[in-house]
Write a protein that binds this ligand. Structure first.
Ligand SMILES: Nc1ncnc2c1ncn2[C@@H]1O[C@H](COP(=O)(O)OP(=O)(O)OP(=O)(O)O)[C@@H](O)[C@H]1O
Ligand SMILES: [Mg+2]
Length: 197
């Protein structure tokens, strides 16, 4: 089993949305929802408990909860801000996916996330999410790649909030839409370039 933590100490960047959508696009996956907000668990309720299973677990219990998992991929959704639990989750994960929304305030907050990943001595990659559909991100990507690899960019797409409201992933909601093809592209990159590295 590969354990992938979706992290960012900045709130609202799209951690929970990415967790749900990656778990839906990958085979034989599960989600550990460690955020008291329980966004992934609420989404699972709306799905009527279709795959993937979502297990709510306090951040301090992740190590134990992982021992009871036997999926191929276990995605861990994390809460923003909580440094101690983020370090612990990063330590038990094979890879951290740092979600970043392009913007000055998000960049200002990035140092805190990077410090936690380094404190955990964890492997990490970036996921740029909610980028404006036409934004040129070359300069941002060059800067980020000095730290960790950056996958294919996820743009701001109306399919995400529409799908989540119905308990769906974008690949289920609108399989031929741009959001779905971007998620497929990010997952393919993650599998080939990052997880199996
Ligand atoms: N690529 C995207 N395009 C459009 N909207 C998006 C995208 N990703 C996320 N969103 C929207 O952004 C909002 C915040 O997303 P989400 O709750 O997943 O962020 P989060 O990082 O988990 O927040 P928190 O830090 O509070 O846990 C939601 O309304 C979600 O639908
Ligand atoms: Mg969240």
């Amino acid at each position: 089993m590969k354990t992938l933590a979706i992290v960012s100490r900045k709130g609202g960047v799209g951690k929970s949305t990415l967790t749900m959508n990656l778990a839906a696009v990958s085979d034989h996956s599960a989600i550990l929802d460690t955020d008291p907000q329980a966004s992934c668990a609420d989404w699972s309720d709306r799905r009527g408990y279709l795959q993937p299973p979502v297990i709510t677990v306090p951040a301090g219990r992740v190590r134990v909860a992982l021992r009871q998992q036997n999926s191929s991929y276990c995605f861990i959704d994390t809460q923003p801000s909580a440094e101690a639990s983020l370090i612990e989750i990063a330590q038990v994960s094979d890879l951290c996916i740092i979600v970043l929304r392009p913007g000055q305030l998000e960049l200002d907050a990035l140092g805190a996330t990077l410090a936690a990943i380094r404190a955990a001595n964890a492997k990490a990659v970036f996921c740029i999410n909610q980028a404006h559909p036409q934004a040129n991100l070359n300069e941002l990507i060059d800067g980020l790649e000095q730290h960790y690899s950056v996958g294919p960019v996820l743009r701001s797409r109306a399919d995400y909030p529409a799908a989540v409201a119905e308990g769906k992933a974008v690949i289920e909601w609108n399989p031929s839409g741009k959001a779905a093809s971007e998620i497929f592209a990010y997952w393919d990159w993650l599998k080939e370039k990052a997880i199996n590295d």
